[in-house]
Design a protein around this ligand. Structure first.
Ligand code: IPD
Ligand code: CA
Ligand code: CA
Ligand code: CA
Length: 265
């Protein structure tokens, strides 16, 4: 099927090691979260702390050292262009709100683009002892076990993840919830969109929808979902659109049609 991209396997091994290390650093901060100064970004729900910045700095340092020609895009420090055709797409802590509020649903999310295509996804969820990993043409795994989506699962016999933030268009979320319930489905939100995309790859959720997310929230999850046998709505990654947000939708095969029609995508 697809050509194996040169240098991808080595980057997958590195990304797994980096995600584990970053996950441990984040977990240390999580355990002492009472001491963290919580700052807000766009609004009081949009939180951040030194933990997010430290973890992103660590991840950037590891990738710069191993692959100085690779670009890096991260939530806290933005986009640095590279020359190799590879761009790492990093969310140091996805689920900062659960993180600062003492809930375990957060993760380190590391994606990789090759000429704009998501080719790798590694997600570490340290509170759950879970490491998800995938690379284009190499399959998806959870703690080393291959993930393969069950074709019999659909919106009526399984649960769908729905995400929301306060940036734009909250009305879409309400409509989506209403249509999903009307169609005989039901929804879950755990506060980490990246982790919920990994749950789609793991077959725990049959799909995930959020009307507006950034590349660092979904690139790793998208690769995981695809390699497990699922589908995702294309995200604009070429040029300047990379740093802008877009609608996010991923689904297991049996839920694609219903979720696309419910989300209007
Ligand atoms: C957020 C989480 C949340 C989603 C938001 C994201 P952050 O990322 O993924 O689940 O609903 O849209 O911004 O800020 O915790 O990295
Ligand atoms: Ca954030
Ligand atoms: Ca995020
Ligand atoms: Ca984040």
């Amino acid at each position: 099927t697809s050509h194996v991209i040169s240098g991808l396997e080595a980057r997958l091994a590195l990304a797994e090691a980096v995600a584990r290390e970053a996950g441990e650093v984040a977990l240390d901060y999580f355990r002492k979260r009472e001491t963290l100064v919580i700052e807000t970004k766009r609004d009081p729900q949009d939180v951040v702390s030194i933990a997010d910045r430290d973890v992103e700095n660590l991840i950037r340092a590891r990738f710069h050292q191993a692959y100085p020609g690779d670009g890096v895009l991260g939530e806290e420090y933005g986009l640095e262009h590279g020359s190799s055709g590879f761009t790492w797409v990093v969310d140091p802590i996805d689920g900062t709100s659960p993180f600062v509020n003492g809930m375990p649903n957060w993760c380190v999310s590391i994606g990789l683009l090759h000429d704009g295509v998501p080719v790798l996804g590694v997600i570490s969820a340290p509170c759950h002892g879970e490491l998800y990993a995938a690379a284009l043409g190499m399959g998806a795994t959870l703690n080393g076990k291959t993930l393969t989506l069950d074709l019999s699962r659909n919106i009526r016999n399984a649960v769908t993840g729905i995400g929301a933030n306060n940036y734009v268009t909250p009305a879409f979320v309400g409509k989506m919830v209403e249509s999903l319930l009307d169609a005989g489905g039901n929804f879950v939100r755990n506060g980490s969109g990246a982790l919920m995309l990994a749950y789609v790859a793991a077959g725990r959720l049959v799909g995930y929808y959020e009307p507006y997310m950034h590349a660092w929230d979904c690139m790793a999850g998208y690769c995981l979902v695809k390699e497990a046998g699922g589908w995702y709505h294309p995200f604009p990654t070429q040029g300047e659109t990379l740093t802008k947000g877009a609608p996010v939708l991923a689904a297991a095969p049996g839920a694609i049609e219903d979720l696309r029609s419910i989300a209007g995508l």
